[in-house]
Ligand binder design. Sequence first.
Ligand SMILES: Nc1ncnc2c1ncn2[C@@H]1O[C@H](COP(=O)(O)OP(=O)(O)OP(=O)(O)O)[C@@H](O)[C@H]1O
Ligand SMILES: [Mg+2]
Length: 577
Amino acid sequence: MPLMTFSERDELGQVTYVDTEHVVVQITVEDALQKIRVGNIVALETSKVHERLIAIVDKVTRKYVEEIEEEDEEDPYILPFDNIRVNIIGTYYAALGEKKNVFKRGVDAFPRIDSKCFLISGVNLQQFMSILCKDIVPEKRLKIGAFAIDKSADAALDGNKFFQRHAAILGSTGAGKSWCVATILERASALKYTNIVVFDMHGEYTKLAKGADPIAEYFKIAGPGDIDSPEHNILFLPYWLLNREELLSMMLERGDQNAPNQASRFTLHVRNLKGQTLKKENREDVYNTFTVDSPIPFEMKELLRLLKKDDTDKNIGNGGKIVKGDWEGKLTRFILRLESKKEDKKYGFMFQPPDEALKYDWLSNMLCKLLGYSDGQKGIKIIDFSEVPSDVMPVVTGTLARLLYNVQFWMSQEKRTPFTLICDEAHLYLPVKEDADAVQKQALFNFERIAKEGRKYGVSILAVSQRPSDVSKTILSQCNNFIVLRLTNEGDKSVIKNLLPDSLRSTVELLPLLDVGEAIVVGDAILLPSKVLLDKPSENHQPVSATKAFWDEWDKKSPDNAAVFAAVEAMRSQHRG
Ligand SMILES: Nc1ncnc2c1ncn2[C@@H]1O[C@H](COP(=O)(O)OP(=O)(O)OP(=O)(O)O)[C@@H](O)[C@H]1O
Ligand SMILES: [Mg+2]
């Protein structure tokens, strides 16, 4: 028994134009135009009785040709009467093989001219929405909100498809991206072995791990106040984790005429020191094949000693005469830069790690905390970057992403469990390539590699940003699903437009009109690419990012001088206390 049946009452008109992007329907039924809104869903007849093409209304136009010509210059067709333009999104089958009442994305055949078009409303709309939801088990659903056209219908994503191929959440500041992330995390936490790492730039998601109903583990990249006596959840990223290029991107001034000498001596010593560690640890097998980029601990003190020796050593010339050394004086500036980084508390998480972080097994233990599993450990890990200086942010995020990815890359295939990196405020460390400096390019390389190859190894990225036009195009163009919230900037809108399939491009015009918490959701993870009213995360999990009520607070809340004093001290100590 077909769940959707159409009568004369639902009829709107007939198809008069078809191309690969749009279908135009001429309204032939009197007063039908008044019933139709942009965003409504219609059904189009096909040659088979039990199949209907499902389409979304994209444009509604009234008769007069003169009016249409001006605003529609680009459109190849002329609309001579009352018309609607619709985009086909899929096919409804009353019966498909064994199954009854199935909706599938995509079309096998386009409608023919003169096919009838029906509005899906009332009972038919409810039935259609129930068909959309029926295949996913309620507890396992990645429900993110409700459809705007029928608020009683859950807008649920296919969790596999959403996480499989990279996704992006985009929208202006305050549009509701972080809240949407929290909702997704909340749903994901219902699964037994969720594996998600969240890069939290502002410490917004702390409540998810430390609030009344924790669903995540909390880690923080060591700030200046954590160096001396770090707690167990403080993360260090010791310098020896960085590969050659990453370290050099921070230390080397490419314009320096001695740069090639500095780089080559640095490389030689680092490789030797790593080799010595392997010998000491009796890792003959690793010793035979390791490279300068392998993450193997070595002492920074020792590296500096060797570089200083190079910088001051003399040579013995003809007849035993003491002459200028091969590298004498050539490394001075490099050593200075390295030493100033080493002393700077800002870089403490990298250059002043605790002794324990120089042990051979430290890395495996750290990565187990982030990607492994032990009893009672939560699968969602929030990493708080809020005290990381902005100039090294890209190195830190890039190095961490590379490490996580490499673990997955080198793990035997049958043992891998997939994981997702949620990159909030992605424009800060995944910038457009042309704008990136040496340090950012290095980070970008790591993330772009994940974007391009991650799928094969079960690693995906969920990029979140308020400035889509500032985010790496390589990463965005690899995304298969988009949750786009309110967006007003023209440049950002045009980026989104280019990311969407042709048939959905006109939805971009809706973006500035969306309210907080409303989004256009498109991609293979959602059956109906349309406007969704996003759920709020439960109070215990709401990101601390509240939009302040300026006017009300100015009327009620007095500024606090003691708090100003405390803030100045925090600014001086670079630590919130
Ligand atoms: N689904 C929602 N329903 C109702 N209100 C919401 C919803 N999502 C967000 N809000 C409101 O909007 C505010 C800002 O949301 P959020 O912090 O998610 O914005 P954002 O897009 O992450 O901004 P930014 O780019 O500045 O980080 C929240 O504090 C909340 O009050
Ligand atoms: Mg946010």
